[in-house]
Ligand binder design. Structure first.
Ligand SMILES: [Cu+2]
Length: 134
């Protein structure tokens, strides 16, 4: 009996470890890195390993997208993502946006945040892409 309990304990602790280390992945489906396009630009958000839920909704392993536009320095990842023209929240659970961008080079990067807009631990951050707007 003790052995069975130990086995169950071991299995459940493995379960917890697996859940914590399963890394979610956020990425920009389109546009592609290096794309040259005209404004408005439709940006589509991709996510695997976790779900999208609106801000304020308490559901495990979910979050909502934040689009960082022309952000060189990441915000403090222990605090709610700031809200500005360069830090756009999709607290409704949206997975795409149409952006009006000035001609020139722009960077785009996605950052997931939890129900309080705080980045997850470990952080779920996309690669930064660079696009050219004509
Ligand atoms: Cu947010």
């Amino acid at each position: 009996m003790i052995k069975i309990c130990l086995l169950l304990l071991t299995l459940s602790s493995f379960g917890v470890i697996a859940a914590e280390t399963t890394s979610a992945n956020v990425y920009i489906i389109s546009p592609l890195n290096g794309a040259e396009l005209s404004s408005p630009v439709t940006v589509r958000f991709g996510l695997s390993g976790m779900g999208v839920a609106p801000a304020g909704v308490d559901k495990p392993n979910t979050g909502h997208h934040h689009l960082l536009i022309d952000v060189d320095t990441l915000p403090d990842l222990t605090m709610p993502v700031p809200a500005s023209a360069n830090h756009v929240h999709f607290g409704g659970g949206q997975t795409e946006v149409m952006l009006n961008l000035e001609p020139g080079e722009h960077s785009l990067q996605l950052l997931m945040g939890d129900k309080y807009h705080i980045p997850h631990k470990p952080v779920v951050l996309s690669e930064k892409i660079i696009i050219q707007v004509k």
